[in-house]
Write a protein that binds this ligand. Sequence first.
Ligand code: ADP
Ligand code: MG
Ligand code: MG
Length: 925
Amino acid sequence: MTDKQWVYLFNEVEEAEKNAGGTWDGVRALLGGKGSGLADMTRAGVPVPPGFTITTAACNAYLAEGEKFPAGMWDQELAAMKQVEQQTGKKFGDPSNPLLVSCRSGAKFSMPGMMDTVLNLGMNDQTAASMVKLTGNERFVYDSYRRLVEMFGEVVLNIPDEAFEHPLAEYKAKKGAKVDTDLTAENWKAITEIFKKVVRENKGFDFPQDPYEQLRLATEAVFKSWNGKRAVDYRNAAGISHDLGTAVNIVTMVFGNMGSNSGTGVAFTRDPATGEKKMYGDYLLNAQGEDVVAGIRNTAKIENLANELPEAYKEFMEITSRLERHYKEMQDVEFTIERGKLWMLQTRNGKRTAQAEVKIAIDMANEGLITKEQAVQRVTPDQVDTLLHPQFDSKAMDQAKGEGRFYAKGVNASPGAAVGQVYFDADTAERMKKEEQRDVIMVRPFTKPDDVHGMLAAKGILTSEGGATSHAAVVARQFGVPCVVGASDIRIDLERLQMESDGKVVKEGEWISVDGTTGQVYLGQIPTMAPRLEEQTDLLTLLNWADDICATPGIRQAPEGWPTTGLQVWANADYPKDAQRARSYGAKGIGLCRTEHMFFETERLPIVQRMILSGTSAGRTQALNELLPFQRSDFAGLFAAMDGQPVIIRLIDPPLHEFMPDEEKLLEQVIELRVKGETKGLKEKEDLLAAIRGMHESNPMMGLRGVRLSIYMPEIVEMQVRAIFEAAADEAKKGVIVKPEVMIPLTGTVKELEWIQPRLVRIAKAVMEEKGVSFSYKFGTMIEIPRACVTAEEIAKVAEFFSFGTNDLTQMTFGYSRDDAERNFLIKYVEEGILVKNPFQTLDRDGVGRLMRMAVTDGRKARVNLEVGICGEHGGDPASIDFCHLVGNNYVSCSPFRVPIARLAAAHSALKYKGGQVSAFEVDK
Ligand code: ADP
Ligand code: MG
Ligand code: MG
């Protein structure tokens, strides 16, 4: 295996492509994101300092072989170094013309701050001395050398940061220097010596003077850091696989700290918070490496570079726009200018907010960089969810201002409203969230990778230092946590656990409101409100594109007669105002209207109870006649709201005792009357109590409800169907296009439908005749009992549509009652891996799903154009929607608020399986 290639020069990207299976994804896996980006830029003629990449495969081999370099790797690394020496005309470790390099980690997916870079490898006492002569810039040389000793000490030798920070602070204080730029060459030289002493004291050996020893140790340290705690935690949080490994990049040093015509910076090619097409970044003159990101010095805005170094700026703008066109993605770049000459040090797809994701996708499609399909695929359903999340109520915000509760302003780093209690360190923040269920705002001067667990637990993040590209900002954006950084008026006192701004003190545990959208911070709690979809024009455009994709005939491969478009999204809505909202959110029909809600309203409930208590059919009919006008007007409103679209109305489903007063409370009242010796009203209450007791069932969920109740007491559903068709007829006469669909719940055998459905159809026809109008309608059933799935072919001979009630179907299939399961054992089951997920949230494909597939397939044997939908909570869950696409549903129906999410998810499924003949069980779970 010695001939395996472990090392690739930046100009060997073609070889890497060949050895990685010919795909760019393969190259990224082999060379890591950073390495593949550097190689790709080199190929495109972008100025990248010469260098090479040691592969992720080498890292994996190193870790697998008990921390030993795989055979041949070190020799290849030395040979690559020789090549770089030739390319640069310098020599590693040669005092007369020293080559310096950086050693940078880089896995396939970027993991901000997880693995640290060491700059200036190759410096030692000798090269430093000769570099002073070569550059004539002693300050620069010793600034660089002390950086190497410090970074090498911290990153490679694992000496704690404080061991260097304390002596530096002490030294600065002694010299009266406020910022680093106040320090002279002499000072840096002295600090270098101090740092070398720190190494000796902490490790018992000297900082290695041999450059190759430095290189070897640094390479190993990168490999090892793959399994460091911070890296492992981050991968767990972000769902990145642990077996990818990291590559190591060795890059010729370029220097941003060589004076005022040098500098370093980071930039996004579009605004990562809003998505606006505008270069967004920071830079610092006369600075190196991490200075910009660390937020130690105040940075300048990238636009300003046009005045300070116009040539370099022009080239930078030209290169970055080329990179964006090449990757068809917003880029996040790092650059350094050495004495006027621009070098690119990194490019990658930039992290961004949900809002920016949508805007960039739309803009790039309009610019012709990507297709509409790609734009739709880029945005995730979760991001849409984020966009529909709360913002601060602007009136309440103005009021808070008026009350003098404005606290501070910083950089709006990650949008959204967060209200919570202040905690000043990650562990406490995490504990308060987990153990006390508090809403937490994590406040820090700045954050580091060790703080990520607290940031993930927080509702919001606030820092007093750092800019839009600081660690806090990047992490917050990625995880969708509202965040304000660099609120520099705030002074945080970590010892007394409090902060102060403009004389106002906030102590640990006190409430603040953080607006990541505007960068403002307020004292106390400001109410939030849901953003209006109507105002989010980019999102609306994207969702319309998603609908167009789903509406494309042939996008779904399916048997003859089945739907070949994607899924439609309908909504569950009981009232006209819900139906209106659903429609404005893009629903194409009502998949479930629950009629029993309408029985609970105060003026109706006594009539309902009278109906239930009456012992005769005639008595029931009389009460029901009083209810009819109410029901009719409910339905009329729904039909008007859904003009032109189908409305599925489910006939009464719950057991009747749900409409009766609570048995225990009633018993108490009866006892009280008896004790007081009152007779007035006693008899009525006693009778009622006896009636309720007579209705008692030991397992109501499986008792007299649904279609069983309708067969037992048909008068109720007969009234409901009359109300539905009278309302539809009245609306139709007004010119509304009505499409009523009557849904019979809880069918277990076709005989039930054969008994009830013809009676109801007769009523429907009679009403249309009475009213002198006709319109199309359907009668169908909800499928929520396993027996119905198994006998679907018979059922579909009577039912014209199926709607899966997956809440009940899941309960019945598993034999769990949902409430008991979620309260008692479900979490344990998921933790123990007995269930992969809560089956009430994400459809269980292997069990419930298999029954669904059987029901659809068999049902369509009897009736090829059988309309199939789902109306359980699963209808708004992307993974469940995906399954509904695969089994051949016509639509999914979910809560109005989830309709936008479901529309996007439906389009994703349509595109994912486009053109391929798939069956519901061949695909990933
Ligand atoms: P990270 O993954 O944390 O961004 P990087 O390796 O990209 O780590 O770099 C850390 C900092 O050092 C960045 O600002 C980068 O631009 C800078 N840097 C890395 N290599 C060099 C080099 N060869 N010359 C100059 N600066 C470098
Ligand atoms: Mg970087
Ligand atoms: Mg049900």
